[in-house]
Design a binder for this molecule. Structure first.
Ligand code: KG4
Ligand code: ZN
Length: 339
């Protein structure tokens, strides 16, 4: 089954063709990064306008790269929740029209579940496992019992981890998107140069919840030193010290959740799962007998392949959507339930 997956929930305009859930025949990602750069953040209006201009070309390229024709596409899948509403709508409406024109099934896919599923495409992992979804919009630690069975254990109570990377980079004028820049700068910085607030745990009702706004504020509070040319406050040292604390906050919860749940497998996904420090600290869990997987770098950030891969599972189980499929900007992950 050749599934076309469309992803337009934020600033990546992507389409992919995945055969039988595992063979990625194409995965075209047209990134809008350069066009949002002047604003040092994603401008929703601009994002949806660019998706509208690009989507047809991107889908065409994704199919052309496979050597297949439109008639060989067996189903159309699209991220329809959560995300920027205007951006989601472009993908959803295109997918509806395309599926209707081809006369093939249409299915709407949850973007968060798709990120959590991404590593399963390349490196299938037995359920249940601890899912770690870390992106620009979400920071979720969850128990994953099946491709559509996700129980949220902990989430951020304020900024998402990727958002913290992006905001720190923005304040220090390091570049956009912040995650990649901070990851790169950190390699030559001293992670102990600044002891930013780290992973204190609240053993209350939601022990796996985390906060990134305090860390972000602490980092921004060093801005004067940075501007005044303080020898210690170099971009590299700020980046490395922030990254150490940001990853530490998450890893502390991951370890606690593993100990409490007894789960022996861990899988990460989302843009921040591309972070080198996080990847190495997750990989270190293997020394303790855990099995750890994460997607290859191209499948960490937003992409159509993860949508097509997960869609295949749903389609095999008989799920279908129809022309009434709508886009939803938010889901209730923040309330510790997941639809
Ligand atoms: O999954 P994604 O493409 O979009 C969302 O669903 O949010 O994630 C984008 C986020 C951005 O915040 C970006 O700064 C972050 O992922 N990111 C990274 C790295 N690469 C991307 N954060 C830390 N280290 C990286 N290497
Ligand atoms: Zn995403």
């Amino acid at each position: 089954m050749n599934v076309l997956g469309i992803e337009t929930s934020c600033d990546e305009c992507s389409a992919a063709v995945v055969r039988d859930g595992h063979e990625i025949l194409s995965n075209v990602i047209a990134t809008q990064i350069e066009l949002h750069k002047p604003y040092q953040g994603v401008v929703p209006e601009l994002a949806s306008r660019l998706h509208t201009e690009w989507i047809a070309q991107v889908v065409k390229a994704a199919i052309a790269q496979t050597g297949l024709e439109n008639k060989d596409i067996d189903a159309v899948a699209v991220s329809n929740r959560p995300g920027l509403l205007g951006s989601l709508l472009v993908g959803v409406n295109f997918a509806k029209a395309f599926a209707t024109a081809l006369g093939v099934p249409l299915i709407g896919i949850d973007h968060i579940r798709a990120h959590l599923y991404a590593s399963q495409i390349e490196q299938p992992l037995e359920y249940p496992y601890l899912g770690v979804l870390v992106s620009g919009g979400h920071t979720v630690i969850c128990r994953v019992d099946g491709y559509d069975q996700v129980q949220v254990l902990g989430t951020t109570i304020d900024d998402a981890i990727g958002e913290a990377f992006d905001k720190v980079a923005k304040f220090y004028n390091l570049g956009f998107p912040g995650g990649v820049v901070i990851d790169r700068l950190s390699k030559t910085g001293d992670p102990m140069a600044f002891l930013f607030p780290g992973p204190t745990l609240d053993r209350g009702e939601h022990p796996y919840d985390m906060s990134y706004s305090g860390l972000k504020t602490a980092v921004i509070n060093q801005l004067d030193k940075f501007r005044n040319g303080d020898a210690k406050a170099t971009p590299e040292n700020i980046a490395a010290s922030f990254q150490r604390a940001a990853v530490g906050i998450l890893m502390k919860r991951v370890k606690l959740a593993l100990a409490d749940t007894g789960l022996k497998r861990v899988s990460a996904g989302g843009g921040v799962a591309a972070n080198s420090l996080l990847r190495s600290q997750l990989k270190d869990l293997e020394k303790g007998g855990y099995t750890v997987t994460f997607p290859s770098l191209k499948l960490c950030t937003d992409n159509g392949a993860m949508v097509a891969g997960l869609a295949w599972r749903y389609l095999m189980d008989g799920h279908r959507d129809d022309i009434h499929l709508s886009a939803t900007s938010r889901v209730s992950a923040f309330k510790h339930t997941y639809p």
